[in-house]
Design a protein around this ligand. Structure first.
Ligand code: CP
Length: 330
């Protein structure tokens, strides 16, 4: 009833269709066309990314990955995202660049904005991304600015909650660990004010959520409470968001050690938690979640990290889509 034809001659399928009384499907005609391949390609893009519109513009685009602080997930997932979108990446860090020779932040940013279409910046100084954005002619994406913010992490965190639980509204979200220095919880708490949630905070003495974040959350009429222990906060919790004690932000090893090991997620502790809940962590983890817990279905942190690629693909697409001046040429 139907003929599927592959032939070395361009136009062969068309010729066959003119001869045959039955439909002819072109399965590749030499150097001509391969239409069903194109259909499955577009289907794949829609399945993987959710849309085709706005994506193709990243082909031929260049992302500058500028990391003044170390990173595994943010650096590599941004690079993977850009390359999966058909773009490419140049990288700069403080070890192999002229930062070593004393080149200023401002000059380095100007250079990167002349090379690339978008700059992804991690820096130890809060406000560094905002400063770079005021210098650069190209968009700057904040990949973490010291103890400030980590906005793309917050986006992937909320995406993960939606993927895992199906909704964000109505949830009790408990943040535990170094809430003072942890930029991920600063951005996440702010982003969660867009939803109807209850926030609980658990931290060692001296590492509580900054007053500026508490004031922001309060101004949005979102419920927030401080708990003294995980055992108290855990019952009723839908999302336990664990963070590392950030050694690199402490004045001394002694001060850091005083704060370690206070709140540790163990399989035994998690018997007190709901069966239908998730444990998240922006990673890297040290000893705040025992590896024994990794096989528990509630352990969502590696799935969370994988979501970083998809979210950063979306962020890059939106950013380059809005700023592209070369769409017509591609
Ligand atoms: N979550 C996160 O920012 O991890 P990295 O420091 O490895 O990028």
């Amino acid at each position: 009833d139907v003929i599927v034809l592959r032939h070395p001659q361009p136009g062969a399928a068309k010729k066959a269709a003119s001869i045959c009384a039955k439909p002819v499907l072109n399965a590749g005609d030499g150097t001509g066309e391969h239409p069903t391949q194109a259909l499955l390609d577009v289907f794949t893009i829609r399945e993987e990314i959710g849309t085709v519109n706005g994506l193709v513009i990243t082909m031929g685009k260049l992302m500058a990955s500028v990391f003044y602080e170390v990173s595994t997930r943010t650096n590599c997932s941004f690079s993977a995202a850009m390359q999966r979108l058909g773009g490419s990446v140049v990288s700069m860090d403080t070890v192999s660049s002229s930062v070593k020779k004393g080149e200023s932040f401002e000059d380095s940013m100007i250079m990167m904005s002349t090379y690339a279409d978008v700059i992804v910046l991690r820096h130890p100084q809060p406000g560094a991304a905002k400063k770079a954005a005021s210098i650069c002619a190209k968009p700057v994406l904040n990949a973490g600015d010291g103890t400030g913010e980590h906005p793309t992490q917050a986006l992937l965190d909320v995406f993960t909650i939606r993927e895992e639980i199906g909704t964000v509204n109505g949830l009790v979200i408990t943040m535990v660990g170094d809430l003072k220095h942890g930029r991920t919880v600063h951005s996440l708490a702010k982003l969660l004010t867009l939803y109807n949630v209850q926030l609980r905070y658990v931290s060692p003495a001296g590492l509580s959520m900054p007053q500026s974040v508490i004031d922001f959350v309060k101004s949005c009429q979102v419920s927030q409470s401080v708990y003294g222990s995980l055992e108290e906060a855990l019952p009723g919790t839908d999302v336990l968001y664990v963070t590392r004690i950030q050694k690199e932000r402490f004045e001394s090893e002694l001060e850091y050690k005083k704060c370690c090991g206070k709140f540790v997620v163990t399989p035994q502790l998690m018997t007190k938690a709901k069966q239908k809940m998730i444990v998240m962590h922006p990673l890297p983890r040290l000893d705040e979640i025992l590896t024994d817990f990794d096989t528990d279905p509630r352990a969502a942190y590696f799935r969370q990290a994988e979501n970083g690629v998809y979210i950063r693909m979306a962020v890059l697409s939106l950013t380059l889509g809005k700023t592209s001046s070369h769409v017509g040429q591609l």
